[in-house]
Structure formats: C-alpha cells, structure tokens
Design a protein. Structure first.
Length: 221
C-alpha cells in the first residue's frame, strides 16, 4: 500500500508539479528518498506540527531535526540542505558578474543572498568599475552589536576582490525594514574606512523577506 502511495505521489509531481500539494505532501515526497520503508505521511504531519510549517521544518536546522525530532543524520541533512540550495539556485540565475547599476537590481540581487536564512547575516557585494559583481562576500553572521569589526572586514574583502565600489547588504529576519541605530553607525564607519582605500560605498540594502530598504534611496549614505 505504501509503495503504491509513493508512486502515485511521485507521478502526480511529475505530471503537475507541487502547486496542488499540501505542505505535508511536499515534505512526504522529500522523505521518500531517505526513509525507504516507513510511513512518511505520519512523519511529515508530526514535523509540521512540531515546527509550524513546511518552511519551519526546513529552517529548523540539522541539530533540531536530529535531537528534537529524532530524524536520522541523512534525513536531517537533506532537509537542512534545501534552503541553502534554493538560495544558490536563485543567486545562480543572475549568472556571472551581473551588473547592479540601479537600486532595483541591487535590491533584487541582495534578496537572493538571504533567501532561507533564519538568522542575520552581513554581506559586502564587491563591484568593478562597470558595477558588475566581482564577488559577494559573507563577512559576518549574527546581530550587528559590534560595529567596530565591520570596517576592517569590509576593507579586507574589498581589497581581496578588487572592488572599485561596494554595496553593503544585511537582513532583518524579524521582518522590520527600518535601519537600527547600529545599522546607521556601522554604515558611517564602513564608508569612512573605505574612503581611505578609494573604494566608494554606493548603497546599503536591508532585506526583510521579499522586501528591501535602500539607504541610497533615502539619502542615508
């Protein structure tokens, strides 16, 4: 019975995609590939009840999935891999050296760096003289509570990746787009430090979900 159910669910996906699937059915389909002989329907329902949603399960992380939910290492690795894989997919769609010559492009590109990240992260996007991306460097993970570390890290990244200019980008997982006082202070210090190596800071983008806030658009940089 379970084998027939698995084949029906796989066939349904091949024919129509995931749009008509419930959350637990999407998760169940994924679990087929690491749990070969158990009833994955019950496991999928249990995981969604525990973590609140499909995205909650995928964002839970390896440790929570193994220790709290009792999943095997292989299953927890597969599920925790997916947010990172989605982020890589979206970023890869931009191709090599995309040109970020407008706030709109910079904001949309920045969003791909934070897709699926449940925690705060800080990037410096290094641009060449034609505003093409040389490299997007992850320089910090965690809350901005020690702004003094940023100037050194950004300068090092800008020099390493031969930046003519940089765009700063970080996310607010809580959903607020408004810059904090720490955000404003860090931006000023970074801008001043970059001026000493003749690299301009052209924008600072805050990402919250599918929205973004541009310092340049608000004349804050």
């Amino acid at each position: 019975m379970h084998e027939g159910h698995r084949e029906r669910l796989k066939s349904r996906f091949r024919e129509a995609g995931l749009d008509s699937f419930n959350q637990h059915q999407v998760l169940e389909l994924l679990l087929f590939y690491t749990i070969p002989r158990r009833n994955t329907n019950d496991i999928a329902h249990s995981l969604i009840n525990r973590f609140g949603s499909l995205s909650g399960v995928l964002d839970a992380g390896y440790e929570h999935l193994t220790k709290e939910a009792g999943l095997s290492s292989s299953t927890a690795t597969l599920l925790s891999l997916l947010p990172d894989l989605c982020r890589r997919y979206l970023n890869d769609k931009w191709g090599d050296k995309p040109q970020l010559n407008s706030t709109g492009k910079a904001g949309e590109y920045a969003k791909t760096l934070f897709h699926g990240r449940p925690y705060e992260a800080f990037y410096v996007i290094c641009l060449d003289a034609q505003n093409q991306v040389n490299y997007a460097a992850l320089v910090h993970e965690g809350t901005i509570d020690s702004a003094q570390i940023y100037p050194r890290l950004i300068v090092e990244a800008a020099l390493r990746h031969k930046a003519a200019s940089v765009i700063l980008a970080h996310n607010h997982p809580g959903g607020s787009l408004q810059p904090s006082s720490a955000d404003l202070d860090a931006t000023k210090k970074i801008k001043s430090a970059c001026e000493t190596i003749q690299v301009s800071v052209v924008d600072h983008i805050i990402v919250a979900g599918e929205k973004y806030f541009s310092f340049a658009d608000r004349s804050l940089i």
